[in-house]
Design a protein around this ligand. Sequence first.
Ligand SMILES: Nc1ncnc2c1ncn2[C@@H]1O[C@H](COP(=O)(O)OP(=O)(O)OP(=O)(O)O)[C@@H](O)[C@H]1O
Length: 603
Amino acid sequence: MINIFTEKVKKLTTNLNLKKTFLLVLKASKGWLFLSVMMIFTETILFLGSIYALKILVDKISHVNLADKNSESDVIKYVLIAALLAVGYAIAKAISAYITEVQATKVAHYIDEKIHLTAISLDLSYFESPDYYDVLSRAKEAGSDRPNLVITTMLEIAKNILNLAAVGSLIFTINWLLLPLLVAFVLPTLFVRIFFSNKQNIWRIKHTPLERKSAYLSNLLTSDVSAKEIRAFGLGNYLNNLYKKIRVEVFQQNLKLSYKRTLSETVTTSMASMGFFACIGYIAVGTVRGTTSVGDIVLFLVIFPQSFTLIQNISSGISILYHNNIFINSIFELFNLKAEESEATNFKSISKNIDLDLEFKNVSFTYPHAAKATLTNINLKIPSGKIIAIVGLNGAGKSTLIKLLCKLYKPNLGEITLGEVNINELDESDYRNQISPVFQDFSKYNVSVEDNIRFGNISKPFAEEDVIDAAKKSGAHNFITQFPNQYKTMMGRLFEDGHEVSIGQWQKLAIARALFSSARILIFDEATSALDAVAEKELYDSFRKRIDNRSAVIISHRHSAIKHADYIYVLSGGKILQHGTDTELLNMEGDYAKLFKTPNSST
Ligand SMILES: Nc1ncnc2c1ncn2[C@@H]1O[C@H](COP(=O)(O)OP(=O)(O)OP(=O)(O)O)[C@@H](O)[C@H]1O
């Protein structure tokens, strides 16, 4: 799955995704899009009308007959018409801007939500892929307003083309020859811009990994997570220099492209100016010869800059489309990502009040992109209501086993069953509700104490006594009650009035979160590594009671924690080497006895 995804990313093209973008914006803001289109037509009609009224006005003035009393009122009439149309145009533009703003907000909300929903639905394996982060970073940079920008740009281009056609028809009324003359001189500007927009795009796609690396370094330099180590090891200048080196490299490459673009644009805009004067010369000679009117010259002087601006708008519109297209593509790329589908179609429900054992049967697993298996032929049982422990040296595969158990990854071989049913055949969220983990790298939520604990089972109807009960069982209650706002206290330093606590206290909150859940199986992966000896002893001495006699898996390097388990598995190099009770294993020759029987072993 992840490989297919990587291939897809590599094939990322710069084709404009206008239809898809249009459909997306349509879905997010149907009515407002319709209004935008209506306003384009209104604006074009008003724009064209006001210019044409101006031409008639000039012709009226240049052919004015002093004896004709109606001449004056005629002139005033056309001044009023031109003025009214111009005011109407200004009002229409203002209304358009308002509509665009509302539409942009609606599209932004829609896309934000879709990005979040996609991200939470993905398998964990995506988070192992640098390509995923490239797409995510481009999609996030795209922000939620880019699709809307693309649509408003498309609408602008449509409006400008309409206006250009209108202007073209006005030029046609002066002399049809002017039209091909202008096109020949002005079109190269348009082509040059489109050509370089596309080049810039390809350049940006190639540079995403470099941009991400520099963003990472910038984040390291400014975030609170790395602030301590950066100071302690004096890494600041070194990292900053790495950052600067990347920025300079990106800047220099971009400069080369900008230089070529500027050179080409200078040539084409000079050609356009020559075209303008060629036309003016043509009309001026025509006026002297009596084939064109003064009104025609005025009209041309008004509409040439207009048409040039329109062409510039169209070309910059197209370059905006190209520029934003890679981001839009990334948004679609992200939306297209799907969690790996289970082969099962009819998910089985999990019996509620029956004891169910969880079993690993001949399970092997290799990480995506990894060369060799992390787990090989694992057979292990977590009987209902029993505590089992997994022991092993660093890198033995303990946490990986937990990830499979939590269904964050699927085994490549063998199966995991709950009550003899393969967990792939069980409803995913139903299954996940059966497991409540405290991960080694647990999350620290910058929300209230209460919410930190409630996150363990957010669908459970809130009852404060349940939260307090979980906190008491984890040992967190004592420090929570020291806070002035107790369970309402905001945790962490990110927000106002937040309280930072020690890593051990954060860990107690993570344990409370797991205990608060209604899961059948609790996982403690190095869950007490930051707890002081007294707190850890208290927790494990009455562990069975604290977990309400549910099943549990304990992973720990300390004998004091695992000796409470009913059954212990010893893992080494991804294989189970020994299993038995604490007493049995201590009396056996092997890794377990070596680890915990020596006088210096952890106790
Ligand atoms: N996301 C990953 N991608 C590829 N390999 C991984 C990944 N995570 C872990 N590994 C590899 O799998 C092996 C087992 O890692 P695991 O985290 O399961 O070990 P562990 O027994 O929990 O170690 P520790 O006691 O240090 O927590 C390691 O060799 C590691 O390099």
